[in-house]
Design a protein around this ligand. Structure first.
Ligand SMILES: Cc1ncc(COP(=O)(O)O)c(C=O)c1O
Length: 425
C-alpha cells in the first residue's frame, strides 16, 4: 500500500513531468485570459490581490485530473483511486517543500486562508483560550484574520487586543511588544497587507510574539504568492494561505502547522478520512494534517495548487522578484506623478509587493473602477475587507491596483493614463 511518506518521497515528480516550462521570458503567453478584450480594449488585469490569473499548466492539471484520474483518492484500492491518492500526496509534498516545511504531514489542505485561520481558532483556540486571556492581532488585518479571533473571543470570554500601524504602513513593533503579555494566548498577523502591499518584518514579529502556552499565526494570503515564506525561517506556529492568489484554483489552500500542535489539537470537522476504524463508539484519528481533512478532499484543487507552485518554481523566485520590483518602481513613479492621488503606505519599492491602494480627490473608488473598466482595466475598490486600516488613514474606501508576474510596465502606463483621464473627467 502506498503511504503518505512514499508519495511524499517522490516530491510530486509525476506532476512536474506534466507542467511545461513557460516560454521564457514571455510568461504572459501562458495566461489565456490575458488574450481577451474587455469593453473593446485588451485586458489589463490589476486585481491579482483578489485573485490571480491561471496559467495553462494549472488549467491543464485540473482537466487532466477530471479526464483521467477522476477517482476518490485511496491508497489501497483500484488503479484510478491509487493514482488520485499519489497525485494528491505528491501535491502535499510540493506545497510542503515550497514553504520550507520539514514534513508533508504538517500541511493540511483547506478551502483557503479563511478556513485555515478558522481551523486554528476553533481547533486550538477552543481548547486553549479561556476567559480573561488575550488574542493579539494587527489593526491592518483582513476580515478573515479578524473575525475568526473575534468569534473565538466571544465563545471563550477572551479579549481581542490590536497593535497599531505607523504612517508608512508598517506595524508598530513597540506597540506589539507592549500588547503581548502573560495573558496572550494567540498572536496573529499578516506577513503582507492586502491593502498596502507592505512587507511586515514577520520574523522579528514572531520573535516578539513567541512565548510559552501561546501560538503565533501568520496570514500568508498575500505573502506566500510573492515571497514564498519559509516556515523554518519565520518562527511561527501556523501559516495559512490560498491557492487562488498564487495562480492556482479557487476553493483550495493550505494550512501549515507545527506537527506537535497538529497532533495535540482536536479535529476541526469530523467525518470520513480524518479518522479510520470508526465503529459505534471509537475511532482512530489520522496523522498530522490529515486529521483536519474530513470528507472527500478537493483533490483536483490540491493538484492544481501544486501545478501552480511548479510553474512558479520553473520561472524562479529571483526572476519573479526582479520583475515585480521593476513593476513596483514604475507604478510608484507613475502614481507619484498624479496630482490628487494619494497612495496609502510608503512609496518604497524595496519594502513592497506590487499592491497599491490609493484614494483620488473628487472621485470615489467606485467611480474609478467604472472609469477604468470602460477601458478594459480591472482594479478593485471598497473597504478591501480591512476597514480599520483604511480608517487609520482617514478613509472608509480605497481603490487598489495589484500586479503579479504577468503585469508589464505597459500595463502600468495604460492604468496610469486611464486614471489621469478619469481624474480630469
Ligand atoms: C491578507 C488576506 N488574508 C486573508 C484573505 C482571505 O483569503 P481567502 O478568501 O482566499 O480565504 C485574503 C483575501 O483577500 C487576504 O488578502
Amino acid at each position: 500500500m502506498e503511504t503518505v511518506a512514499a508519495c511524499a518521497a517522490t516530491g510530486g515528480a509525476h506532476l512536474r513531468g506534466h507542467v511545461t516550462l513557460p516560454p521564457s521570458p514571455d510568461w504572459r503567453s501562458a495566461f489565456p485570459s490575458l488574450g481577451q478584450r474587455v469593453n473593446g480594449h485588451p485586458l489589463v488585469y490589476l486585481d491579482t490581490a483578489a485573485t490571480a490569473l491561471r496559467p495553462t499548466p494549472v488549467i491543464d492539471a485540473l482537466v487532466r485530473f477530471y479526464r483521467g484520474d477522476n477517482a476518490n483518492p485511496s491508497a489501497g484500492l483500484h488503479t484510478l483511486a491509487r493514482r488520485a491518492h499519489a497525485e494528491m500526496e505528491g501535491a502535499r509534498a510540493i506545497v510542503a517543500r515550497f514553504i520550507g516545511a520539514r514534513d508533508p504531514l504538517e500541511v493540511s489542505f483547506t478551502r483557503g486562508t479563511t478556513e485555515g485561520l478558522n481551523l486554528v481558532a476553533t481547533a486550538w483556540g477552543d481548547a486553549n483560550v479561556r476567559e480573561g486571556d488575550e488574542i493579539v492581532i494587527g489593526m491592518a488585518e483582513h476580515a478573515s484574520n479578524m473575525l475568526p479571533w473575534r468569534y473565538l473571543a466571544r465563545r471563550t470570554g477572551a479579549r481581542v487586543v490590536t497593535f497599531g500601524v505607523a504612517d508608512d504602513g508598517l506595524p508598530l513593533l513597540d506597540d506589539l511588544t507592549r500588547k503581548v503579555t502573560a495573558r496572550t494566548r494567540v498572536v496573529a498577523f499578516s506577513h503582507v497587507s492586502n491593502v498596502l502591499g507592505m512587507i511586515n518584518p514577520a520574523r522579528e514579529m514572531c520573535a516578539i510574539a513567541r512565548g510559552p502556552g501561546r501560538i503565533v499565526v501568520i496570514d500568508g494570503a498575500q505573502s506566500v504568492p510573492h515571497l514564498a515564506d519559509d516556515v523554518g525561517d519565520l518562527g511561527c506556529d501556523f501559516l495559512a494561505f490560498s491557492s487562488h492568489k498564487m495562480l492556482g484554483p479557487m476553493g483550495v489552500g493550505a494550512l501549515w502547522g507545527r506537527r506537535e500542535l497538529l497532533e495535540s489539537m482536536a479535529p476541526y470537522q469530523a467525518g470520513s478520512n480524518m479518522a479510520h476504524d470508526v465503529d459505534l463508539t471509537t475511532e482512530v484519528l489520522s496523522e498530522g494534517g490529515l486529521k483536519y481533512s474530513a470528507g472527500t478532499p478537493n483533490a483536483a484543487g490540491a493538484i492544481g495548487l501544486a501545478a501552480a507552485i511548479v510553474f512558479l518554481e520553473a520561472i524562479g523566485r529571483p526572476a519573479i522578484a526582479t520583475h515585480e520590483q521593476a513593476v513596483t518602481r514604475h507604478m510608484l513613479q507613475r502614481l507619484g506623478g498624479l496630482p490628487g492621488v494619494r497612495l496609502l503606505g510608503a512609496p518604497d519599492a524595496s519594502r513592497r509587493i506590487p499592491v497599491f491602494a490609493f484614494v483620488a480627490e473628487g472621485r470615489t473608488p467606485t467611480d474609478l473602477v467604472r472609469a477604468l473598466d470602460a477601458e478594459g482595466i480591472a482594479i478593485r475598490a471598497g473597504d478591501l475587507a480591512s476597514l480599520p486600516l483604511l480608517q487609520r488613514y482617514g478613509v472608509r474606501a480605497a481603490a487598489r491596483a495589484s500586479c503579479y508576474l504577468y503585469t508589464t510596465t505597459d500595463d502600468v502606463d495604460r492604468f496610469a493614463d486611464a486614471l489621469t483621464r478619469a481624474m480630469r473627467a
